[in-house]
Write a protein that binds this ligand. Structure first.
Ligand code: ADA
Length: 566
């Protein structure tokens, strides 16, 4: 499955398939590693993660992947790495062309032209934790950090001045008018002439458009037969852009999202969000999920009656977002974060990496109608005053790139949070009735609703009730197959009762704009460090287990959310 943008005239080589491979162990000194000299004696699937494979299961170290591609001599390349982890160095024909530590981010790498056709690509991947080298991902997170090329790798053949993206924003929903910003790649000229076409319509010339210093040309267009995108009828349009012999096809939807006091309005209609947080995770594939699994996950979510997915806790697979566009799911996408504290917020390298990844996320996903929220820093310590400058900077970063969506983050301190005034939507993560109860005289299930009311009252007391409130996480653990007449913690029965209580309250409470239950399916987490006492080293709060087998809560949630939509 190729993701948007697609290209009709540009030559794109998809490099997925079987790559040569070597695992070098845990002790490699990356500063002296000669990756070109490494004998690649094994084979590895791309996309894929080496540390979910039997031969390298659980290993944390350095690996080298290699492949070759036949390109047009004299033509520059742009390597598109759709997502990898944790750290990578990229070499082409033995020369280093990039090094980065942006787990899960889609990244582009420029490759100078060569006189020969056969180009050799080597990617050094390292999955060791190292706060200085990989500031965004740490061993205390509650999900397993795999190593490898999680997503596709493409080689684009491009002219000196090429098309990067065409960003489409709905300017007037009723009239079907869009605003387009074409981003150019290469030395920016003062003016540019483009040809553009919508859907199956003919191309029209847009001569001599002014180009800004950052290499963008902007214009408005009228969609000839505009159909709004809604979850019930996810109608999609396409925009073709041509620049000399280069081209791209972007897909977009006509829709708006805004907050009206505590209500969310999609295309000016009130909206209640019902859904799940979802990790990209499978015991056999880690985050490198086959397309069939993405489709299956969405079929299950649709069967549950969901209209909403929080992509926790990192930039999403573009294939998944394309599918959500097609199937009519609404998505919260966020940059990588999990429980960072003051020492992170005051670390300039961490701040810079967070901003860079957030920027990439917005640019990469800008045309997905499914994405309605941008988020960041899940459960950062947002009651600490030192957190505020980075939170403010991330909000500004997002708004500078996109004002057509709402900005949020998930706080686990909704009663004490200092930064909620900065965002459009309050996302509150709460686990009443699951984690330690302040009052052992109260039955855990009876803590849920009063706690949610306390959160609402506290937001109101601080003047934050004028924004939509989402329960961005709430849930309880259950071990698949563990049935218990006492309905104790970890039983399927307790989880089913828990999620039933939550869903009924969300549906009945007009002050809650929606919920992302924690979580869609069980997912692997750590066996060491802060293992968080997770049985099996899995986060067991899935409504399905890690192989997508439903627990008892499945039928309960489905009954509440209403089952399949018409
Ligand atoms: C947090 C966190 C999740 C998960 C959850 C839990 O809210 O954001 O990633 O760890 O807690 O299961 O406790």
């Amino acid at each position: 499955m190729m993701t948007y943008p697609l290209h009709r005239t540009r030559t794109v080589h998809r490099l997925d398939g079987l790559w040569s491979f070597a695992y070098l162990g845990e002790q490699v000194d990356l500063s002296t590693l000669d990756a070109q000299a490494v004998a690649l004696t094994d084979r590895m699937a791309v996309p894929g993660v080496f540390d979910a494979c039997p031969a390298y299961a659980g290993r944390r170290g350095t690996a080298v992947y290699g492949t070759c591609v036949r390109t047009t001599p004299g033509r520059a390349g742009r390597l598109h790495l759709h997502g990898l982890g944790l750290w990578a160095r990229v070499l082409v024909d033995g020369t280093q062309v990039a090094e980065f530590a942006l787990p899960y981010s889609g990244v582009w790498v420029d490759v100078p032209p060569a006189a020969h056709a056969e180009r050799e690509v080597r990617i050094v991947v390292d999955n060791r934790f190292d706060r200085r080298r990989v500031p965004l991902l740490e061993p205390f997170f509650d999900f397993y950090a795999y190593g490898g090329l999680f997503r596709s790798v493409d080689w684009h053949e491009v002219p000196a001045l090429s098309l990067d993206r065409a960003e489409v924003v709905t300017e007037d929903l009723a009239a079907g008018r869009i605003r387009v910003r074409v981003r150019l790649h290469g030395p920016a000229p003062a003016r540019v002439s483009l040809r553009v076409g919508l859907d199956a319509g003919p191309a029209q010339a847009l001569p001599d458009l002014p180009v800004t210093a950052d290499g963008t040309a902007a214009f408005a267009l009228q969609v000839p037969e505009p159909t709004p995108w809604t979850p019930q009828h996810p109608a999609l349009h396409t925009l073709r852009v041509e620049l000399d012999d280069d081209d791209l096809i972007e897909r977009f939807g006509l829709r708006t999202i805004r907050a009206d006091g505590p209500r969310l309005l999609l295309n000016n209609e009130p909206l209640k969000l019902l859904g799940y947080c979802r990790h990209e995770s499978h015991p056999q594939f880690g985050p490198a999920l086959p397309l069939a699994q993405l489709v299956q996950d969405l079929q299950l979510l649709r069967d549950l009656g969901c209209n909403f997915i929080r992509g926790s806790h990192y930039p999403q697979d573009q294939r998944f977002l394309d599918l959500c566009d097609e199937l009519g799911f609404l998505v919260w996408e966020e940059s990588l974060g999990w429980g960072q504290k003051v020492d992170h917020f005051t670390d300039p390298a961490f701040g810079a990496a967070q901003v860079q990844q957030t920027e990439l996320m917005v640019r990469n996903s800008i045309n997905h109608p499914c994405v309605i929220f941008w988020g960041f820093l899940n459960e950062g310590d947002s009651k600490a005053p030192e957190s505020r400058p980075l939170y403010a900077r991330l909000v500004d970063t997002i708004r500078a790139l996109d004002r057509s969506r709402l900005v949020t983050y998930a706080t686990n301190v909704p009663l004490d949070d200092r930064n909620l005034d900065l965002v459009d939507v309050v996302g509150a993560n709460c686990y009443p009735g699951w984690y330690a109860s302040p009052n052992s005289a109260v039955r855990p299930l009876d803590e849920i609703v009063p706690h949610l009311h306390r959160v609402q009252a506290s937001l109101k007391a601080r003047g934050l009730d004028g924004k939509p409130l989402l329960l961005s996480e709430i849930g309880a653990g259950a071990l698949y197959g563990w049935r218990d007449p006492l309905k104790a913690h970890w039983s399927e029965e307790y989880q089913a009762d828990y999620l039933g209580t939550v869903c009924r309250e969300v549906l009945a409470n007009p002050g809650i704009a929606g919920v992302a239950l924690w979580q869609f399916c069980d997912g692997r987490t750590y066996a060491n460090a802060r293992a968080l006492g997770r049985p099996r080293t899995f986060n067991n709060k899935g409504t399905l287990d890690e192989y997508r087998r439903p627990k008892g809560a499945y039928a309960v949630v489905k009954a509440c959310f209403g089952g399949p939509r018409p």
